[in-house]
Structures are given as C-alpha cells and as structure tokens.
Design a protein around this ligand. Sequence first.
Ligand SMILES: Nc1nc2c(ncn2[C@@H]2O[C@H](COP(=O)(O)OP(=O)(O)OP(=O)(O)O)[C@@H](O)[C@H]2O)c(=O)[nH]1
Ligand SMILES: [Mg+2]
Length: 255
Amino acid sequence: MSAATVTNKTGRAFNLAEQVRSGNVRAVSRLITLLESQHPDGTEALRLLTPDARPRIVIGVTGYPGAGKSTLVNELVRAYRERGMKVGVLAVDVSSALTGGALLGDRIRMQEHALDPGVYIRSMATRGTQGGLARTTDAARLVLEAAGYDVVLIETVGVGQNEADILNIAPTVVAVVAPGLGDEVQAMKAGLLETAHIIVVNKIDQSGAVCTLRDLREWCPIVIGTVATTGEGLPELLSAIVAHQSKQGFASHSN
Ligand SMILES: Nc1nc2c(ncn2[C@@H]2O[C@H](COP(=O)(O)OP(=O)(O)OP(=O)(O)O)[C@@H](O)[C@H]2O)c(=O)[nH]1
Ligand SMILES: [Mg+2]
C-alpha cells in the first residue's frame, strides 16, 4: 500500500470520525454501515472515536417475539425525550429467518419519533453470525455515544446466544414477556433469570396477567407489569432502571 493510499484512508476515517463527533446523523449512519460490512474505514474511524467521559444509559430490551418490545421502547424514548435527553435506538434483527416485516413493524411503531432530531433509530441485521450481535451492535453503541446520544436502547429478540450477548453490551437488560404464554414462560424462566435484570410483564390488560405476574415474582426480584400501548407501568419501569443503574455504580441522570 502506498503512502498516499494510507493517508487517503486515514483522512477519510478522520473526517468521518469528526462528523460523527459533531452529531452529524448521516455520518452516524454511514459509519454504522461501514462497520456492518467490516470496511477498514469503519474500523479506523471507530478507533478514532475516543469515548468521552459523559455518563450514558444503555438499556437492552429483549424477550419473546410480539411481546411488545418495540412499543415499550417507543415509550422509553418518549420518557427520555421528555427529560431532554438524546436517544438512539438499535433494533437488531438477529436471525435471517426473521423477515424484513418485523423491522418494518418496529419502524412504524416508533414512527412518532421519526421526525424528532433528538432520536436516531436504526435497524441492524447481524447476518446470523455467532457473536455478530455483540460485535456490530457494540460498535454501533459506541458510535451513538460518541455522537452525543445520552441513551442507547437496544431491542433484540431473546433467543439463544443473543440473550447472553446482550448482557455484554448493555449494563441493564429488560426482558419482556406477555401473559398467557403458559408453558413457554415456564421454559423461559431459567433463561430470563440469567439474562435480565428487570422483567416486564407487558399486556397486563390481557387475561392471565395476574397469574403470570404472581408466578414470575416468585422467581425474580424485579417484575413490573405494563401496558406499553397506554404507558401504564412506565414510571415504575423507569424507576427500576434508575435503581438498577445506581446499584451498578452508573451515574444516572434520568431523574
Ligand atoms: N393489548 C396490548 N397490546 C400491546 C401492548 N403492547 C404492545 N401491544 C401490541 O402487540 C403487538 C406487538 O407489539 P411490538 O411492540 O411490535 O412487539 P415486539 O416484541 O417488538 O415484536 P417483534 O419485534 O416482532 O418481536 C402490536 O400490535 C402492539 O400494538 C399492550 O400492553 N397491550
Ligand atoms: Mg419489535
């Protein structure tokens, strides 16, 4: 590689890193795309993004397909925006078996925030590689933090390896279940306990909610009932997130 090529490459990465740092949304998207395709410019730009010392809130939202993760994320975005914080959302498609429909659905459910310049929403595919969620999502989180997002919310379907991966990325993990799953909830219990710091039983407007709540509370210390479509239970969830983060020693500015 000639000296000119090296300089060119470093120059491009440097410019991109600068733009990201200034909060340029297009630069953020471009860098995440470069990172997804493992382009050397992306790797170099990421290296140049030294994390700053501001405290960030990083929350993983995992759980069963259709349990209401995106609706809940939408409500969390609203709550943090009301506190004047910039919010980044990474909706991670973890399996090639999932169609684009799920991601489209996520976008529609979060559409009310689409025109808000303080909110960045990105769907990401991990191409089914093991550890793909950890690598690319963590890099995207760093990009968002460098671009000045105070809160990063990561939505992923909780299946298999992804459950463990999300713990490496997000210091606070919220697992979402819906009532009436019966045996499925039983089967999930062990996984939930290992993965999640906070369990949300969403859709408590539906039958079976009391039973599911009671059942899970015997197992898990923090179980919160919500109706994501109306915002019921959101204040309790936000308090639980703050409590968990302060217990972990994270400075919290979400009050
Ligand atoms: N009745 C009721 N419906 C809800 C509630 N929360 C979400 N829903 C509905 O449940 C459906 C699925 O919600 P999503 O937020 O897309 O669920 P998700 O977990 O993100 O789904 P995937 O990303 O496809 O796994 C939507 O039709 C929501 O409107 C709730 O608290 N009560
Ligand atoms: Mg979703």
